[in-house]
Design a protein around this ligand. Sequence first.
Ligand code: CMC
Length: 428
Amino acid sequence: MSETATLEINGKKYEFPLVKGTENEIAIDISTLRSVTSGITTLDNGFKNTSSCESAITFLDGEKGILRYRGYAIEELAEKSDFLEVAYLLIFGELPTKEQNEKFHRDIQKKSLVDEDVKKILDGFPKTAHPMGVLSALTSALTAFNPRSVNVDSEEDMYWAIVKILAKLPVLAAWAYRKEEGLPLEYGDNSLGYVENFLKMMFDLPNEVYKSNPVIVKALDKLLILHADHEQNCSTSTVRIAGSSHAGLFASISAGISALWGRLHGGANQAVIEMLEEIKEDGGGYQKYIEKAKDKNDPFRLMGFGHRVYKNFDPRANIIKVAAEEVLADLGIDDPVLDIARGLAEVALNDEYFKSRNLYPNVDFYSGIIYRAIGIPVPMFTVMFAMGRLPGWIAQWREMRLRKEPIGRPRQVYIGATERSFIEEDKR
Ligand code: CMC
């Protein structure tokens, strides 16, 4: 194979080197394109063909349905690991030794207190505020309480910033929920594991003894692992690009939370349940919704279907589908919404429109069903996704800073008015 790509513009040829990844992915390195062509750029709306960086964190092959964190298959990690261990793996590159793992857990527990003044900020939000907005704002506010920016040349400094955000974000997430519910804020119990403690912080009532359910803890742990990273998706790219200006870790994560919020990204898990509920209210017949999704004049999309990268199947959806069935069986829940989901998936998977466009159920199609079964309220679904994605955002931010990447600053093709003279107000 030739090691270069040739581009011909107006009869003139330019050579560009090919870059090959460890999984044999090939990219054309066009970093000299503008200078050698005197200003020509590439246009790639939605970055469908653009690799924004070289990364050693997550590999995914959308055609084959492969997802690996640092080389380990998602299926194996979901079965054998736990969320904090996966977080360590993603961020630092290797599975932790027993000592490293225990220290990581202990350090996170030690840093889980949040400045009491954060409660005053939380108090300023109306109860109706969406918890994603609250989480993004409070995460950004953490910067004010930790004003010294991280010295990225110090492993020690970097480690503690990472520990702090992993420790405090679940507290903020639980508080966002408790505020909405009018419940007293609490810190949980450091003798519990990360996920178990989060559930306690969410659901502990002042007049009851909290008892955790191992089925729920395991299901949530698995869901968080499945969401932990997904290479250069919308929110992760946001985190990397915000951080590329040397904005701090917490500020960059806050930007990522905002990007995750939308219905086409993390917000899809909320949108899926709302769609399934709507179908249920409408009598449960899903064919009408299939037709709506296919109608080009109707903006409706089948939420939880399709993926920018997976064009065969989403490996996370396969794991989560089985997990959803297990959780519902374990908890003895008979959820009519799951029947609608099963039926909808089957009809869509056999429909030519969906088949020809490679539209398969994605991770969010089933995650909401589990969240619902374990008592997470619908507006908190995307917050759960944010908690899961946090290690990925951290890992990507750290990688970007350690590789000393330049500030992210795309070009554009200007299509506006050419130069014209100012028109006085009375002549407009
Ligand atoms: N329902 C109906 N039609 C769809 C859907 C859908 N969910 N998704 C894509 N299409 C059609 C789309 O109309 C287009 O048709 P045509 O070629 O005739 O114009 C074709 O499929 C390609 O779609 P696209 O919008 O060009 O694909 P994309 O890669 O830009 O978008 C997506 C990917 C995930 C934004 C999109 O599939 C979608 O909106 N899905 C529903 C929202 C969703 O479930 N999002 C969660 C993604 S997984 C979790 C995460 O990573 O955040």
